[in-house]
Unconditional design. Structure first.
Length: 149
């Protein structure tokens, strides 16, 4: 049975997730996007940071979309100037989806203050505490991901 302290932490995490979702929805609304568009851009930016190429198939799988839904999503983002389709660097036969710098700048302008505030909060913890926070958040992320299938 969870302790009151453990449940308080779980409820605070849930509240933070809800607020982050609302923040993301405000970004989507202000920029004429669907919430899935924002999730796609985040996935593409994460891949870019990791130096990975993202095909439409990989993006669709990550977002839980079928082929037609993924094509519509990428078409929509491309028309809006947020992504481009290019030949893969490693395999020129593959078409990969790249996020445009304009989309990164748009996201930074909106999410930058929240990111900066989050960094400021983290600076209030020592490295051991930050490691515990990372481990906890990664564990929750993994637990939630187990329910995808």
């Amino acid at each position: 049975m969870p302790t009151p302290s453990e449940m308080e932490t779980v409820h605070l995490l849930r509240a933070a997730v809800v607020e982050l979702g609302l923040h993301s929805a405000r970004f989507a609304s202000r920029n004429g996007m669907h919430p899935t568009d924002v999730r796609a851009l985040i996935a593409l930016m994460d891949a870019r940071r990791a130096g990975e190429e993202t095909t439409a198939g990989r993006l669709g799988a990550e977002l839980g979309l079928n082929s037609a839904g993924t094509t519509a999503l990428v078409d929509r983002l491309e028309r809006a100037g947020h992504v481009r389709r290019v030949r893969g660097q490693r395999d020129r036969r593959r078409v990969v989806i790249e996020v445009e710098d304009r989309a990164v700048e748009l996201g930074q302008a909106f999410f930058g203050p929240l990111i900066q505030r989050s960094v400021e909060l983290l600076r209030g913890y020592d490295e051991g505490q930050r490691a515990a926070i990372r481990d906890f958040l990664d564990g929750v992320r993994q637990a939630a991901a187990e329910g995808r299938d």
